[in-house]
Write a protein that binds this ligand. Sequence first.
Ligand SMILES: C[S@@+](CC[C@H](N)C(=O)[O-])C[C@H]1O[C@@H](n2cnc3c(N)ncnc32)[C@H](O)[C@@H]1O
Length: 238
Amino acid sequence: MTDSRQIAGVSAAWEDNAHDWLEWARTPDQDRFYWHFNLPAFARIVPPPGKRTLDLGCGEGRVGRWLAEQGHTVAGIDSSPTLAESAREAGGYDEVVCGDAAALPWPDNEFDAAVAFMTLHDMPRMQQAIREVARVLQPGSPFAVAIVHPLNRPAANLDDYFTEHRVDEEVERRGLRMTFVGLDRPLEAYTGALCDAGFVIEQLLEPCPDAAALERAPELAIATRRPFFLHLRCRLTG
Ligand SMILES: C[S@@+](CC[C@H](N)C(=O)[O-])C[C@H]1O[C@@H](n2cnc3c(N)ncnc32)[C@H](O)[C@@H]1O
C-alpha cells in the first residue's frame, strides 16, 4: 500500500537540501554513523573491483571516491543536479550522470558490479530502479545494497508497517542541521523487488557498531540496542 500524495517530491527534496547535505557529508567526522559504522560494515559486502561499477544514487560522491580508492572504475547517477555536479567536480568517477535511477542511461550489460548505498529508500520508483540495475548488469554480477533498516522508523509508522510512508526527519549534530527525506517501506518491498528483477539475496546483515567504533563515536551506542541499517549482498542470476 502507498500513500501517493505523500510520496511525491521525495527525490526532489534531496535537491532542495543539497547544500545542507554537502556540508553534512563533507565536514570531517560530521557523519560519524557513515565513517565509523555504516561504511566499514558495508565494505564487507562490496564486491572486488572488476571492469566497471555502478554507484546508484551517488549523491556528492563520497562512496564513489572510496570505491575508486579500492581500485573500482565507477560511474554514478543521482537525480539532484547540485549533488551530481559536486560528485563530478570532486573526482573519483569516470562518469557522473544527473538522472532518475528508474531510467538508467546506459546500455544492457554495461556493468559487472553495482552498489546502492543508503539510497533505495529515497526513490519513489524503487522497484523500477532495481529492474534497471538488473538490465545494465551482466548476468552473475554482484549488487551491494544498504538501506535504513525497515524497523528503524517512528513508532506511528510501525503501527502501520505495510503502508509506504514519507518521512521527513530533521537532525542536528555538532551545530549542523540536515533534513533526511525518505520512505518507510516493509522489508518485503525490497526483497520482493530484488527477487522479481532476477537477483538472489546471498546475505542479509543487520550491522552493529563494534567496540572500536563505539570508542571513537559513543553516540553509535543507540545502534547496539535497536536495528539501524540493513545490508543486502545480492547477485544477478542468469
Ligand atoms: C542519503 S543520500 C545518499 C548519497 C550517497 N549514496 C552517499 O551515501 O553519500 C540519497 C541520494 O539518493 C538520491 N536520489 C533520490 N532519488 C533518486 C532517484 N530517483 N534517482 C537517482 N538518485 C536519487 C538523492 O539525490 C541523494 O543524493
